[in-house]
Design a protein around this ligand. Sequence first.
Ligand code: PLP
Length: 368
Amino acid sequence: MSKTTSTTSSLSFAHVPHPSPVSAEKRAELLKNPGFGRVFSDHMVTIRYHETKGWYDAKVEPRAPIPMDPAAAVLHYAQEIFEGLKAYRTADGGATLFRPLENARRFQQSAERLAMPILPENVFLEAVDQLVKIDRAWIPEGDGSLYIRPFMFANEIFLGVKPSSDYLFIVIASSVGAYFKTDAPAVSVWVSQDYTRAAPGGTGAAKCGGNYASSLQAQAEATRHGCDQVVFLDAVEQRWIEELGGMNIFFVFDDGSMITPPLGGTILPGITRNSLLTLAKDKGIKVSEERYSIDQWRKDAASGRLREAFACGTAAVVTPIGTVRSNDGEFRIGNGGSGAKTEELKAALVGIQRGRTADPHGWIHRVY
Ligand SMILES: *Cc1c(COP(=O)(O)O)cnc(C)c1O
């Protein structure tokens, strides 16, 4: 893992002015109800990499289509990784990010798994800061945020199968509303018994587009069964709960204890997951990383030993799970709605993220 330790870099970012940014009136209109992932800010950051030059040509420029050769490697062999984090408005006119260094580090780990070059942490952070600074006006007021999407893909024009010699790293930003409103209704989940997400030795712990491509059929199956999300079981025994398509999962028991499935190569190491583990410990909640089977889940829900379950991730933060459905039938968790621990942990996390409460772990990064 020595490659992932950060090196400092002296890349400087060229600024290309936007010839026609969106007007303040049009932006205000777009920010009224942005939804998720459809409203984009004016700019993007791009950095190129070539194996003989390293990282070069860093730019903050107008967001625009990227010319691409049809033989670009990513279009054929999916050598692509990404990140997701949110920027928040501060009352004094600045902006903050939540634990962006963790995203920079995970990006390095994903790159390593996909045989891609390692972007230094400080360059990742600088790229994100630059974009948030120039496009702060795109952070919605109130409960919304600016979702930052750094990503990198293989850009060599070559159909041979090998790690690419060229890469493009890009950061874009999308204004998002409150993904799920406060007191959002609990979601229903489909436990897939036909598809798995990640196998030992595979790419389950890397944040790569390919994992999402292979989860879409299972998500479609969930939708056909009237469920909002899919839950994946482990690929070996098809019995241990792993995670959702893009969120980690927690279980809350009648004695107040909590568990979440352990990382181990097939589960994405969520920063929300990690933060909730810490916050639960802060609150004196007995929390452990432990395997939990679908059969046990069903039994514990029936007996009442299991009180709550929730999914977590940057986009939706904390989402209660109310109903679980599979080929073997359906069961309800608690009263089918959200639970007290779920709401308590969510409030603690959101309070820190939004700067409303103290930040004892130093998780808030001030952009300016
Ligand atoms: C991004 C992601 C998560 C959540 O990670 P956060 O850092 O909390 O946003 C969980 N599972 C998968 C598969 C993911 O891609």
